[in-house]
Design a protein around this ligand. Sequence first.
Ligand code: ZN
Length: 412
Amino acid sequence: MKMNDTQFRLMKQQLQRVTAFSGNLYQKKYAGIDISAVKTQEDFEALPFTEKEDLRDCYPLGIQAVPDSEIVRIHSSSGTTGTPIIIPYTQKDVEDWAIMFARCYETAGITNTDRIQITPGYGLWTAGIGFQLGAEKLGAMTIPMGPGNTPKQLRMMQDLKSTVLCATSSYALLLAEEIEKQGIGSNIHLKKGVIGSERWDDKMRARIATELGIELYDIYGLTEIYGPGIGINCCRETPMHYWDDYLYIEIIDPQTGKNVPDGETGEIVITTLRKEGAPLIRYRTHDLSRIVPESCSCGLKFPRIDRIIGRSDDMVKVKGVNIYPGQVEDILKNIPGVSSEYQITIDHVSGKDVLILSVEMENGTDTAAAEQAIGTAFKTKVGLGITPKGVAMGSLPRSEKKTTRIFDYRNN
Ligand code: ZN
């Protein structure tokens, strides 16, 4: 997406800020790069990416770009794998985050007469406190529950007549099931759910929406870039509007690192335009999405990215075409008689890449017709010729955890 003049000016200010602050990670990262020579979008796109690893390497506060006296808070990524990442915030960063988050609620049609029950965790983690700040900014009544204690959640939800539920998709589903089990649906006043944007499938979405009788909204964000609240879908369409007065978003081919044309799927790369405490330039999120170039029927001018379809680490390239699990699932769900259980095998046979897609088919399905439909859908939607293979239900391996679905034997 083309960077506008304001974005370019703010980006230049960020470059100056980070390189001027003693000890900031970009002083090392940009050593040998003349920042003043960045004069066009192409120059900007030639700057190296910032990786999560860079943030770990400068633990704890090497990302800081203002004096200690200006820092009012820190947050941290969960750090389940190795060194955590610490993100310092100034007063203005906290305020900007609240403004963005309030905008998210407004975009979802939530107002100051709503009662917002917040179930994500508070603390070092950015989730709960972000939901809280935005709701207060909006002027709504917040119910800061934090995670767990389902009986108390349900009691508050009924007694205080919560109208909005903020939750992860799995916790929203758990609450929905519990409400159904207890038969207390008629005491629930929820109208909308604001759900963290990890990839969750349409089946789960439908179950939560139906059982709670609510509209669902996907909110986007990551700890390194404020936290949740940097984008959300509106009440008209599924792609998410994002706040381009605070962020510049690029979509890149995760393998070549080059920008892809608007509308094509790739990895989201974010530059913070106004962040003071911990500015990030060209930060690779590893989330896969695309810019949605069409304007939205809601009339909001903020640009949009599509729902997150997966992680770039799960992507493979076959005959020059990128394939993602989310994309395969989207194709399969539209073909009758075909289940969502599949496995991809890629091999190099007599000088050519071959992709075999094995899919479980429901009993009684016309396998040949379904195979042909899958092949055609791949050709038109992905631009790739594949070999579809219908197999019996239950014949593909399953695992409790994340099932590996792509097997690439080309380098063996
Ligand atoms: Zn919209």
